[in-house]
Ligand binder design. Structure first.
Ligand code: FES
Length: 572
């Protein structure tokens, strides 16, 4: 028996033993309990591939995970290892209050600790809905075990009266039309049932699609895997292949740290820009970088944005959907267009380099969806950081989703001091507001009670919407959904609740923005701002317990990815 146990040496089931003070007893007991699940001894002798998944009744995007998990298991078994699935926290975007971002770090802790605490030699990370993929990458990066990402894949589109629908840009578009009185109650009810009609993640270039594309671009997923539709049989074949790759990673020493390097992150930012992807991805990339001792520098991001054209014509900024991007050639076709700008020697989880992947990719491409580098949709990247006295540590604008007529503008601030204030007054017919004003929302940043919700997409005041106003400058310390659009400046750091200067803005102040100069300035003298700062009474926060307390005491600002300070890599 002891000989058998030696053969198990820190692999498979004998990895990370429960401590009873007697190693042989620990192995014997663990094997005995594992046997109770019907495994043969032959199976229990195999190395183990864990499958960390986030299936949940509160996550519509992941409803096909049982089928995908079966396919992963087939691949693992075929490669001679033993697959064992385990659930982690799930973050169903629209089911969480106050916002899914608040729980991303909790999920990352769950993923990290369960990878580390349970006996597995490598891991498949199966997620998809917005915050789940960054949470899994953050957790796996900290756990330091060989890991490969597998995503849910995008939802399919549906039809409403001949019009193509996909979550969730069309959700907002129809809601805006409903608010403006163009769609009636019955119409909005019909649309509601058709917006999200299959499993999978939102059908446009929202946060989930952006993070899936980035996970592929940084090398943590197989080539071509980000865009395969959730319901396509190819996704199951990919899952099987992912299981096989995960088994091959055992003993390789290839952990996320070897794949997610500074150059790989730059490739990720480059793809984000060319996609016109979600602003949320900046927060997630900063958090993933922080787990590996790296930094996402917003000034460097601006440089990348300056010389990266937007090439992909997808909603919310364009016209197509994720299934079209897949049919058009997917991320490999996009990377081929950008190859002269990418770090081609970056390693990937499948063994080849990014350059090898580009060489191997099919050269067919649908130019309606993926434009050539000589015929870009925009000359430069979709996202930019602005700096100035309101946002000393940066603010983000998605210029590809904004109205260029509003890029160089000075406007009068109409301030809402909280989400409650916004809800109470935005549609008040007596609100003193014109289309040339700037709407400013305070107290919606990471340290606020609402934990940085996607409220940066401040609705156009009803009286202006009814008169045909479609866009205004909106400024906040909140986030916005990757599926939203408009001239929206967000992630203002530091935020109001941490004492940031955005909290000093008052009704009637003038604010100047210049996308050309990357600046956002409150046109109030330093002397006056100092006086306001001295008068400012920071709200006493009530006593807290549990996760609320952990969050409040440790969350970082947007420019540091809203991670917890104690989860970032400890400096050597
Ligand atoms: Fe899951 Fe949009 S709700 S990706």
């Amino acid at each position: 028996m002891c000989d058998d146990n030696d053969a198990y040496e820190n692999k498979g089931l004998s990895k990370g033993l429960t401590n009873y003070g007697d190693r042989s007893f620990s192995i014997y007991l663990r094997r005995s309990f594992a046997s109770s699940m019907g495994y043969s001894r032959q199976m229990l002798d195999r190395p183990i591939v864990g499958i960390a998944h986030s299936a949940s009744g509160f996550n519509n995007c992941h409803r096909h995970f049982p089928e995908m998990i079966d396919a992963v298991k087939r691949g693992v078994l075929a490669a001679g290892a033993l697959p064992i699935e385990f659930p982690t926290i799930s973050l169903g975007e629209v089911f969480l209050s106050p916002t899914s971002l608040k729980f991303r770090n909790l999920m990352s802790m769950d993923v990290e600790e369960m990878i580390r605490a349970q006996p597995m030699d490598s891991v498949v990370l199966l997620g998809g809905c917005d915050k789940t993929v960054p949470a899994q990458l953050m957790g796996a990066a900290s756990a330091g075990r060989p890991s490969i990402q597998l995503v849910a894949g995008p939802m399919g589109t549906s039809r409403h009266k001949g019009e193509r629908l996909g979550a969730c840009t069309d959700c907002r578009r129809f809601w805006q039309r409903y608010r403006a009185g163009d769609v009636d109650d019955q119409g909005i009810d019909e649309v509601e049932k058709r917006l999200a009609s299959t499993s999978g993640t939102c059908a446009v270039m929202g946060t989930a699609s952006t993070m899936a594309s980035i996970a592929e671009a940084i090398g943590m997923m197989p080539a071509g895997s980000a865009t395969i539709p959730a319901v396509d049989a190819d996704r199951l074949r990919l899952a099987e292949e992912t299981g096989r790759i995960a088994a091959s990673l055992i003993g390789s020493g290839v952990t996320p740290k070897e794949i997610i390097t500074e150059q790989a992150l730059e490739n990720g930012v480059r793809i984000l820009m060319a996609l016109g992807g979600s602003t949320n991805a900046i927060i997630h990339l900063a958090a993933i970088a922080g787990r590996l001792g790296l930094k996402l520098d917003l000034k460097k991001m601006n440089e990348i944005s300056n010389n990266t054209p937007v090439l992909v014509d997808l909603k919310p900024t364009g016209t197509a959907y994720m299934e079209d991007l897949h049919a058009a050639g997917g991320i490999p076709a996009l990377m081929r267009e950008l190859r002269h700008l990418l770090h081609l020697d970056c390693a990937t989880i499948t063994g080849e380099t990014i350059g090898d992947r580009i060489e191997a990719a099919d050269d067919w491409v649908d130019r309606n969806v993926i434009h050539s580098i000589d015929d870009p949709i925009r000359e430069n990247g979709g996202l930019l950081a602005l700096f100035g006295n309101i946002a000393p540590r940066g603010a983000i604008i998605k210029r590809s989703a904004a109205d260029p007529k509003l890029f160089e503008k000075t406007g009068r601030a109409v301030v809402f001091t909280s989400l409650q204030d916004l809800a109470a007054r935005i549609d008040d017919p007596n609100l003193d507001v014109t289309a040339d004003d700037f709407l400013v929302l305070q107290n919606a940043g990471p340290l606020s009670d609402s934990a940085m919700p996607e409220a940066g997409y401040i609705p156009i005041p009803a009286k202006l919407a009814r008169s045909g106003v479609k866009d205004m400058v909106r400024i906040s310390d909140a986030r916005m959904s990757g599926t939203a659009f408009g001239t929206i400046i967000l992630h203002v750091a530091p935020d109001t609740a941490s004492g940031g200067p955005i909290g000093l803005v008052r009704n009637g102040d003038m604010i100047a923005i210049s996308v050309k100069d990357r600046s956002i300035r409150l046109l109030v003298s330093d002397q006056e701002l100092q006086a306001r700062r001295a008068d400012r009474i920071m709200e006493e926060r009530p006593a807290m317990r549990g996760y609320d307390m952990l969050y409040r005491d440790h969350v970082l600002q947007a420019d540091e990815g809203c991670d917890f300070d104690f989860l970032r890599q400890i400096a050597d």
